[in-house]
Ligand binder design. Structure first.
Ligand code: GLP
Length: 284
């Protein structure tokens, strides 16, 4: 596993954007696996800037890691709608090439099986971008998820519902019958409400994620430092699902100083990076 410690979130976003751009420039039909959550949003903003300078994403295919169950197709809180507005619509990836598990499915087993088949039919994921939960979950593989798991339904922990609650403020407003013209001051008083977050999700399994050719896990902030230390330096355990990355032949962890703060071998990781010779592979 390669660990790259960057000075701040923006540097991490630029590094990951460089990697994605190089891949798409070399192979326009690249299959990207994408995450939502707040961590990768700076990377998506960076990619939107690059596309304005002419990088063509129109032949790229996208598979989302996970999706909430039971939301209507036009719900802003759907991960599919988030990725469309943050990245895939602005850079011109046709919507039929952007896939997420169907939130409204009436047949979960079939939906999960077909999602896996779609990934396989597309030739697998070339580059999978991952965030990490503060308990070490990846996608929505909560602690004790099987390390060999495939796409399936999962029940969220209370912590995950809390952590995702902010993205559900609009629903909160709707449920409280607040008018959309509500002023900013009132809006700023809304408290995230975990009850608005669906209890169930469909998520790619850890076994599914490990089949991507390159994994990049991005983390920022001190609230991720325990999870990062466990992921990189702890024993492989389903209690920290991200530790499964240790078994992947090409996994890169990009962390800012705060998220890296509890890594015992941080000096070594920085020395490796500084001493890279031109023959050694680089993230980009
Ligand atoms: C959710 C998502 C994960 C994401 C995690 C961390 O659980 N399903 O894919 O990595 O949140 O989110 P954030 O980046 O906002 O900390």
């Amino acid at each position: 596993m390669e660990v790259i410690v960057v000075d701040n979130e923006q540097d991490g976003a630029e590094l990951v954007a460089d990697t994605i751009c190089n891949l798409v420039a070399k192979a326009p039909t690249t299959v990207l696996g994408l995450a939502t959550g707040s961590t990768p949003s700076a990377t998506y903003a960076e990619l939107c800037k690059r596309s304005e300078f002419g990088l063509d994403f129109s032949r790229t295919t996208v598979f989302m890691l996970d999706e909430f169950l039971g939301l209507e197709p036009d719900d802003d809180s759907l991960y599919l709608n988030s990725i469309r507005s943050w990245f895939t619509d602005p850079v011109g990836i046709p919507r039929e090439q952007v896939h997420a598990p169907d939130s409204c499915t009436q047949d979960i087993a079939r939906e999960c099986k077909e999602y896996e088949e779609k990934i396989r039919a597309a030739g697998g994921v070339d580059l999978q971008l991952l965030g990490i939960g503060r308990d070490g979950h990846i996608a929505f593989n909560e602690p004790t998820s099987s390390l060999g798991s495939r796409t399936r339904v999962k029940t969220l922990t209370d912590q995950s519902r809390w952590d995702n609650a902010e993205g559900f403020n609009a629903r909160q407003a709707a449920s409280q019958a607040l008018a959309s013209s509500i002023d900013e001051e009132t809006r700023s008083t809304w408290q995230p409400d975990p009850e608005q977050v669906p209890l169930h999700v469909i998520t790619q399994g850890i076994g599914t994620i490990l089949e991507a050719k390159h994994l990049i896990l991005l983390a920022n902030g001190s609230h991720k430092s325990d999870a990062i230390a466990a992921t990189v330096e702890g024993p492989i355990t389903s209690m920290v699902p991200a530790t499964a990355l240790q078994m992947h032949p090409h996994a890169t962890v990009v962390v800012d100083q705060q998220a890296a703060a509890k890594l015992q071998l941080i000096d070594y990781y920085q020395a490796i990076h500084a001493a890279k010779i031109h023959l050694q592979p680089r993230i980009t």
